[in-house]
Write a protein that binds this ligand. Structure first.
Ligand code: TRP
Ligand code: ZN
Length: 463
């Protein structure tokens, strides 16, 4: 061995020793290294504390019981996750409720609570790549939150039940989890409520079991879901199950029977024509006029509508989110415009096809409205702006400009190709501009600079 080779070999041995002593094995295959605590947040540009580092949730099995009279929720969250680093401890996001106990792989874990963060320290470190199960028992009276722009979300009580809405941060009010859209997972939600009430969640209803004066409903989401799209609605609803002509189950819940519910199969079929195959195994809607939050939400597979939002255009919008936002999810809350631009453009296309109003007219109206120019859609200034008008309408203007630039065939190809390329995954603004330029076969820098990133309104709509 020549001297330089020997010194390199010695250096390698020294590095291995250091790694063994410090527990840093350089990531991959973590092996026997000592774990470190996972990060308490994922560093989202608007909500840095949301989500947690060091693991990736695969499945949430939530077993819940709710008493509308007292507002008390009792829950067990059985979470299957994969460690992405060697972990001595990891966090979950949860607000308002009390954690009674936790286990990791069946062994007791120490629990620490600090605001909206729960820290679990298992008896033994987890290794990189380990799949583990953590079971958290909790209870309390879940709270509603007021988000940055003043909208109410989280656990919203009604006279006979409650509705859980989670955009952007409300899901931490009813179950512990990795509450950032970048960590999608499958779900099983089992809910026990007093007899006579219904409990509706996302996905398919797989069991309804009466027991004494209670009923237990089990819902399963087999496609990945971002936690902000999880919902639970409890109340004296009329529920209906039917199928679309192509066989997709339709589960609806409402008070009374709004006729618009009957149009879901037709509107979904129109969206399939335009956006490509429907990405989930069921559809439907939840309409609760006892909730007055002044918005609808694209809760996965089954959008929610409050007192004033159940109309055809909003239904088209929320169903369009199933492709744009729910199947293709934002990488961070900065990418919100990718959700809202497409859902708003779906409304413009609906007006074009069903209402004799060309998308160009919708564009011109949006262009003329000062409030749509307050900031560039790809860069909302604060968390209070992620659902402000520029995200919706200037976002939709971006898509209309793309349509003008690339022509009808390529544009409708993009509407289908984008949710196909990122089906059940996450995408960022840069993924979008790259994809569009690839499909267009041309550089669209000027369009992005003017409509997506630029400050202020261009002097002419044709710019
Ligand atoms: N995403 C909903 C929609 O457009 C609106 C919404 C409700 C929202 N709450 C929000 C958007 C919080 C951003 C943040 O249908
Ligand atoms: Zn929307």
């Amino acid at each position: 061995m020549d001297p330089s080779r020997r010194s390199r070999a010695l250096a390698a041995v020294a590095l291995l020793l250091v790694a063994a002593l410090t527990g840093c094995t350089g990531g991959e295959g973590g092996g026997t290294g000592r774990g470190k605590p996972g990060a308490a947040g994922l560093g989202d540009p608007y909500f840095p504390e949301l989500g947690n580092g060091g693991y990736d949730v695969r499945h949430y099995a939530l077993t819940l019981a709710y008493e509308p009279g007292t507002g008390r929720l009792t829950g067990t969250a059985d979470i299957t996750a994969r460690a992405t680093q060697a972990l001595s401890a990891f966090n979950l996001d949860l607000t308002g409720l009390t954690v009674h106990s936790a286990t990791v792989d069946g062994e007791p874990a120490a629990v620490r609570r600090d605001d909206a963060e729960v820290t679990l320290r298992p008896g033994a470190d987890l290794k990189t790549g380990d799949t583990f199960r953590t079971v958290i028992r909790y209870s309390g009276t879940p709270v509603a939150l007021t988000d940055a722009e003043g909208a109410r979300e989280g656990w919203l009580r009604t006279a006979d039940g409650a509705v859980a809405l989670g955009e952007p941060t409300g899901s931490m009010t009813w179950f512990p989890g990795n509450h950032h859209p970048s960590d999608k997972a499958t779900y099983a939600v089992t809910v026990t409520v007093p007899e006579g009430l219904k409990a509706i969640s996302n996905g398919e209803l797989t069991a309804t079991r009466p027991s004494g004066d209670r009923t237990t409903f089990t819902w399963r989401s087999t496609e990945p879901m971002a936690s902000y799209l999880a919902t639970l609605a409890i109340g004296r609803y009329e529920t209906k199950t039917s199928r679309t002509p192509s066989g997709i189950p339709v589960h609806t819940a409402a008070r009374g029977n709004p006729p618009l519910l009957g149009r879901i199969p037709e509107l979904l079929a129109w969206e399939v024509e335009n956006f490509g195959p429907y990405p989930f195994s069921s559809t439907g809607a939840i309409v609760d006029p006892l909730i007055d939050v002044q918005y609808a939400l694209e809760t996965q597979s089954r959008p929610f509508f409050d007192k004033n939002t159940f109309n055809a255009s909003t239904l088209v919008h929320e169903l369009a989110h199933q492709w744009y936002g729910n199947s293709v999810s934002p990488e961070s809350w900065r990418d919100m415009w990718l959700n809202e631009s497409f859902a708003t453009y779906a409304e413009w296309l609906y007006a074009e096809d069903f209402g004799d109003k060309p998308a160009q007219e919708s564009f011109d109206e949006a262009f003329a409205d000062d409030e749509n120019w307050a900031f560039p859609p790809a860069e909302p200034p604060t968390a209070a702006d992620i659902s402000a008008p520029p995200v919706y309408y200037r976002g939709a203007m971006v898509l209309h400009k793309v349509r003008q630039a690339v022509g009808e065939d390529t544009f409708f190809g993009i509407l289908q190709g984008w949710p196909e390329r990122y089906r059940h995954a996450n995408a960022s603004t840069e993924d979008f501009t790259e994809y569009v330029e690839e499909q267009a076969g041309e550089d669209l820098t000027t369009l992005w600079d003017t409509y997506l990133y630029g400050e202020g309104r261009p002097t002419e709509p044709s710019a």
